[in-house]
Design a protein around this ligand. Structure first.
Ligand code: AHM
Ligand code: MG
Length: 347
């Protein structure tokens, strides 16, 4: 009975594919050339291809030989390297991108000379949280798109890549979890799509995502708590009900896209502060260009706020491609409280 009713509901309801959704958004901008729409669609395609790899992750040993070759005679690649190549190759020849930045590459990724450049800059983390793959835990791709600063027709530059989050024109992530989801924004709301594996299409499942006003969880690696500053420790106590704080539940996956996705849907705060005893990372672990800023852009679009503990991360001018920053993101009142504790106890 349930099955019949559910399928009837599906048949009568509108099915919005990501392509239709992107095209509808584009039609609201009569001056749009379609390049951003096409770029978004290429990223969605990359997401489908990467999802195909991640779902086979545990099979690498089974379908591969003892050496590094799979049954198709191809070299078995590390998943993050495979994801990196997929994103680059789908975008290097389209004439839509001026230059790319990847977590996997030290320097900017130039468009090969034989192909034309376009007006967008694409920054991405091809597979964030990849240390979790061996444990069958969700991982994700994160991306941000800026407009180029250099002249049209030229090769893209490092300056094109080093732009603050407040100049992002579109951003999103693809979460490879119990289902594959793509969540994105072009600056007018946040939309979530779930991949229907039977037809290979992303279908609109979460229209106009807004952060719930009543937060549910806080999310941080409490294993490092003793290495956080006094302000961050006070804040953590506050989140657990000290000094009139809200008493939130704790959830931490250790895969930023998954922790972010839950925070976006449930309300709360995700933070990754500086570990004061880690001299190698005086600014925390997470990277501004392709991890923090794209998610901060989405968080803002959903009604939330992201801070480095002092100010909006979207206003930080990156000084290098792999610029790191501490991060506190989620419901605005919770994040402002972090700033308050840090100011009071850490100066
Ligand atoms: P990665 O880019 O090497 O995957 O590291 C980033 C990941 C994030 O997904 C996550 O928030 C964080 O590292 C978890 O770090 P930790 O294990 O220190 O809690
Ligand atoms: Mg990463």
């Amino acid at each position: 009975m349930m099955t019949t009713r559910n399928s009837q509901k599906k048949l009568t309801g509108q099915i919005t594919t990501i392509e239709r959704h992107i095209l509808e958004k584009q039609s609201q901008h009569p001056d749009a050339t379609g390049a951003l729409t096409a770029l978004m669609y290429d990223i969605a395609l990359a997401g489908k291809l990467i999802a195909g790899h991640t779902t086979q992750a545990g099979l690498a040993e089974v379908i591969g030989t003892t050496s590094q070759t799979n049954i198709h005679g191809e070299e078995v690649q590390k998943l993050d390297e495979a994801a990196d190549k997929i994103l680059f190759r789908l975008n290097d020849h389209t004439g839509r991108v001026a230059v790319m930045v990847s977590e996997e590459a030290d320097d900017i990724l130039a468009i090969p000379e034989k192909y034309p450049t376009g007006k967008y800059v694409l920054s991405y983390d091809p597979l964030d949280g990849s240390s979790n793959i061996d444990y069958n835990v969700s991982v994700g791709t994160i991306f941000a798109i800026h407009q180029r600063l250099s002249a049209d027709g030229e090769r893209g530059t490092r300056e094109d890549a080093l732009q603050p989050g407040n100049k992002i024109v579109a951003a999103g992530y693809i979460l490879y979890g119990s289902s594959t989801m793509l969540v994105y924004s072009v600056g007018n709301g946040v939309y979530g799509f779930t991949l229907d594996p039977q037809i290979g299409e992303f279908l609109l499942s979460h229209p106009d995502i807004k952060l719930p006003a009543k937060p549910k969880y806080f999310s941080a690696n409490l294993g490092y708590q003793r290495k956080w500053s006094a302000g961050v420790r006070k804040y953590t106590d506050w989140l657990q009900g000290e000094d009139g704080g809200p008493t939130l539940g704790l959830r931490y996956i250790g895969s930023m896209v998954a922790d972010f996705h839950r925070t976006l849907l449930s309300g709360g705060v995700f933070y990754y502060p500086v570990n004061t005893r880690d001299a190698k990372r005086p600014h925390g672990k997470l990277r501004l260009l392709y991890e923090v800023n794209p998610l901060a852009f989405l968080m803002k679009q959903a009604g939330g706020y992201t801070s480095n503990g002092h100010r909006d991360v979207l206003d930080i001018q990156p000084t290098n491609l792999h610029h790191r920053t501490p991060v506190f993101m989620g419901n605005k009142d919770l994040v402002l409280q972090a700033e308050k504790f840090i100011k009071e106890y850490d100066g």
